[in-house]
Write a protein that binds this ligand. Structure first.
Ligand SMILES: [Zn+2]
Ligand SMILES: [Zn+2]
Length: 484
């Protein structure tokens, strides 16, 4: 048995925590009563249960790290230079929303006229291919349009492009990528991730691989909660999975002007984005999933997409009432009062990514949306919604500390939430999303001995400095898996 002593925590009454065999077995026990226990003095640091990131594309994002990283390109010249230097065919992570000129296929033709070259935007909703690549990937007739002729892939054409690119990975690539990224997650204090994998853009091999990782609970590896991103209900039931969906796209993103809006984009008055599902198709899919006792999850960003999902969940749950179906919405970045009320009425669980506001809230979102208020955390909490936090890795890196910081310091002051509320987004609230509230999400007897030890007290540090808090060490099932 091990006993933590001398720490701060979110619960001021907590003095000691004992754990053995991977589980928490006692709280506030006197260490003197256990002469054979190993006493671990945390020297006044902050002890928390392990963090939960409730929205990652864990495996696929780990695999994508083998692409050229375009995160730091600030213009087309940077992008060309990074691609040339790496000599790889695929680049990922550029964000051209503030560039003077959007990249296009001619830039990629400059990089190579003989090799296929692809680049994928940071939000993973659009990409560009050079002339050789356009020829090679054989775009189906129904997806060809003026944009694809010019090498620009959005919406369904982008999904096709993405699937073509990702069909090249093997299981040994997957294992390497998983283990590499698991270390990164532990270094950020994360012991559980919701892994939204596979699907139209990425295929089924990733899901099969992650089913095995999810079942493998009795070890010190990252705790995986899998969401298979598919609409094939039979496939999911044959494998006895309890959930379906993830970033099943009801619309696109603000960055790519594809998030579906009730009113036009402020910087593109002719555009309102698009809905990827008809009401009928979405209704039928959710109805069948709900009747099969599957928890569902959908990506909806614009206010037209969030409304579509709220209306359909409302219809289904009125027809087939259920107190514990815990259906989810991912992102929910723009939503009307009426939409939020419908989510609340039907007890829909909301999975949000506060770091989006940190990176884009004050610039790109304002440019695209004017004064529309995005990510209304305060309003959602006031309506009684269960809010869980995530990174959408690798749209942003796994980093719950930065997530908590971003929610507390929301660029729109009226939507800021308290440190405790933001902390619960990455712990307790997130545990409810996967029916794991008895296993993870807080320090209680019987729960997994998953912990993170932080350099500073979240409740006492200046709010503007939360992001500077360091992870000192991380424990998974009672074993130390990261030390600073
Ligand atoms: Zn998404
Ligand atoms: Zn996502």
């Amino acid at each position: 048995m091990k006993i933590f002593i001398n720490f701060d925590s979110i619960d001021e009454k907590l003095n000691t925590v004992s754990f053995a065999n991977g589980k928490i077995c006692g709280i506030n026990k006197n260490p003197l009563d256990f002469p054979f226990a190993e006493i671990i003095d945390l020297k006044g640091h902050f002890l928390s249960c392990g963090f939960i990131d409730s929205h990652t594309h864990f495996l696929h994002s780990a695999l994508e790290k083998s692409y050229t990283n375009l995160n730091h390109s600030k213009n087309n010249e940077d992008l060309i230079e990074l691609m040339r230097k790496s000599a790889k065919n695929i680049g990922y992570g550029y964000d051209s929303s503030c560039w003077s000129k959007e990249p296009n296929k001619n830039i990629l033709n400059e990089i190579s006229k003989t090799e296929p070259i692809f680049i994928i935007r940071k939000d993973y909703h659009s990409g560009i291919a050079n002339d050789i690549a356009i020829k090679k990937i054989n775009i189906p007739k129904e997806l060809q349009n003026k944009e694809t002729e010019n090498g620009i892939f959005k919406g369904r054409a982008f999904i096709y492009l993405s699937r073509t690119i990702s069909s090249q990975f093997t299981d040994s690539d997957r294992e390497d990528a998983f283990l590499r990224e698991e270390k990164v997650a532990f270094s950020k204090g994360v012991t559980t991730v919701h892994a939204l994998e596979g699907g139209d853009g990425w295929g089924y091999d990733d899901i099969e691989f992650m089913i095995k990782k999810e079942q493998d609970k009795n070890n010190n590896h990252l705790n995986i909660i899998l969401y298979p991103q598919t609409v094939n209900i039979n496939w999911v039931k044959e494998r006895n999975l309890k959930r379906i969906g993830g970033c099943l796209l009801l619309d696109g993103s603000f960055g790519s002007h594809t998030a579906s809006l009730l009113n036009p984009y402020s910087d593109a008055p002719q555009k309102t984005g698009e809905l990827y599902f008809s009401d009928r198709a979405l209704m039928s899919f959710i109805e069948r999933s709900h009747k099969s006792n599957l928890q569902t999850a959908f990506h909806a960003i614009g206010d037209k997409a969030t409304k579509q999902l709220a209306d359909i969940y409302d219809k289904i749950l009125t027809k087939y009432p259920s107190k514990n179906s815990r259906h989810r919405i991912e992102h929910c970045e723009l939503a009307t009062d009426e939409t939020l009320k419908k989510f609340s009425k039907n007890n829909i669980f909301v999975s949000v990514q506060p770091v989006f506001e940190y990176f884009w809230g004050e610039n790109m979102y304002r440019k695209r949306l004017g004064n529309r208020i995005t990510n209304r955390y305060r309003d959602m909490i006031d309506l009684g919604l269960n809010l869980a936090g995530g990174s959408d890795f690798n749209v942003t890196e796994i980093n719950p500390i930065l997530g908590i910081h971003s929610a507390v310091n929301h660029p729109t002051p009226s939507q800021r939430i308290s440190v405790k509320q933001a902390y619960y987004m990455f712990t307790k609230n997130a545990s409810f999303l996967s029916y794991d509230e008895n296993n993870i999400g807080s320090i209680d007897i019987g729960k997994n001995a998953d912990f993170v030890i932080l350099s500073d007290n979240l409740l006492k540090i200046e709010k503007s400095k939360i992001k500077d808090i360091k992870v000192i060490s991380t424990y998974r099932n009672g074993s130390k898996v990261f030390i600073q």
